[in-house]
Design a protein around this ligand. Structure first.
Ligand SMILES: *Cc1c(COP(=O)(O)O)cnc(C)c1O
Length: 367
């Protein structure tokens, strides 16, 4: 049996209804900042419980432009977690600010207990990452940001639909960035991103920043970027939107099944699950003894297991100029040696789920 990580061929097996919508777009010529984009922004922000949505080119742009709009730039420091995808840190660097790392907790996200000791007079913002779909402790992070007058940009690229105390991610910080990359939980046919915010002032700035700073066709308010979400991608996003809750619930159910089965194995550790949070399992990640051997065994037997990621950001060559060294973030470093990811998507059959469980068990039962 094969359990592939990618499900795109299944997801878009019958694309004809989308083609019909795209044909209308092609006849209308409404390619940039078109009507479908406004509709998508509205639906997306409503889903997050945020007032405004601003469609942009990528998730990375969503984070970078949010920092820009909040006035973050050279000379500033932005606190984030080294256990993340490169784009979190890349967005901070692109703004001109210096990334300052704070270790992850047991659940793979920014450890709120360790934030305050990393704050300096240059700290301007915190970028908590709801990594793997696990929400960060936003009530505590907002408490810290208020005490120290810091801005908060949520990296929600992996966490659409996630909640803390019933309140969705993307509605907590000054702004939040989401990715619509083909392998994210709500995806489009290429790159795409969206920012959510409750601030009209910030929304107005972001609308300028993504479109050359143009107030209208002839007047330039500020220098900005060309960084819009294509109407074409908004149409794909709108078509998938009615499925987003089904996709989320399906991932949560599969994860619960895996937790129950794999949690019984002494060689596997399931991270603590917070009862007051809704984890949306963009990644289903566990700790494993003999991780590298397990992943090789799973791959050999057709289960597309992965490691996200084997090198934390502070130890990447690109981060050398920041001056960190091995041992600085022991929790993140331990995670990078023990975590593995199983497919958890909505197109998995019951047989495929059982097969994943059976193969992990089989690995530890061998001599
Ligand atoms: C995917 C991702 C991004 C960047 O999104 P893109 O759309 O690929 O630019 C940023 N942060 C995290 C945590 C991500 O997973």
């Amino acid at each position: 049996m094969k359990v592939p990580y990618s499900y795109l061929q299944d997801q878009f097996a019958t694309p004809e209804p989308i083609f019909a919508e795209l044909q209308k777009l092609i006849h209308s010529g409404d390619f940039t900042l078109g009507a479908a984009l406004a509709e998508f922004e509205h639906k997306f922000s409503a889903h997050c419980g945020a007032r405004y949505g601003i469609g942009v080119g990528t998730g990375t742009d969503a984070l970078f432009l949010s920092l820009k709009a909040l006035g973050v730039g050279p000379g500033d420091e932005v606190i984030t977690c080294p256990f993340t995808f490169v784009a979190t840190v890349g967005a901070i660097v692109q703004s001109g600010a210096r990334p300052v790392f704070v270790d992850a907790n047991e659940q793979f996200v920014l450890d709120a207990d360790k934030i305050e000791r990393a704050i300096t007079p240059r700290t301007k913002a915190i970028m908590p990452v709801h990594y793997s779909g696990q929400p960060c402790d936003m009530p505590r992070i907002l408490g810290i940001s208020k005490r120290h007058n810091l801005r908060v940009v949520e990296d929600a690229c992996q966490s659409i639909g996630g909640e803390i105390d019933g309140k969705r991610v993307g509605s907590w910080g000054d702004a939040a960035g989401f990715s619509l990359h083909p392998l994210k939980n709500l995806n489009v046919w290429g790159d795409g991103g969206i920012i959510t915010t409750n601030s009209q002032d910030l929304r107005d700035k972001l609308v300028l920043l993504r479109n050359h700073g143009l107030a209208n066709r002839d007047e330039v308010e500020i220098y900005g970027y060309n960084c819009r979400l294509d109407t074409l991608q908004a149409i794909v996003g709108l078509w998938l939107f009615p499925q987003v809750e089904f996709i989320t619930k399906s991932r949560i159910e599969t994860a619960a099944q895996f937790d129950a089965e794999l949690g019984k194995l002494p060689q596997i550790r399931v991270p603590r699950r917070n009862p007051n949070m809704r984890h949306v399992y963009h990644l289903y990640m566990l700790h494993a003894q003999r991780r590298d051997e397990l992943v090789a065994f799973l791959l050999k037997n057709g289960v597309d297991a992965k490691v996200h990621y084997p090198i934390p950001m502070h130890l990447q060559r690109a981060s050398a100029y920041l001056g960190y060294k091995a041992g600085d973030f022991p929790v993140s470093e331990a995670h990078s040696k023990s975590v593995f990811t199983l497919p958890v998507h909505q197109h998995m059959t019951e047989d495929q789920k059982q097969y994943c469980v059976d193969m992990v068990k089989a690995f530890y039962q061998q001599a």
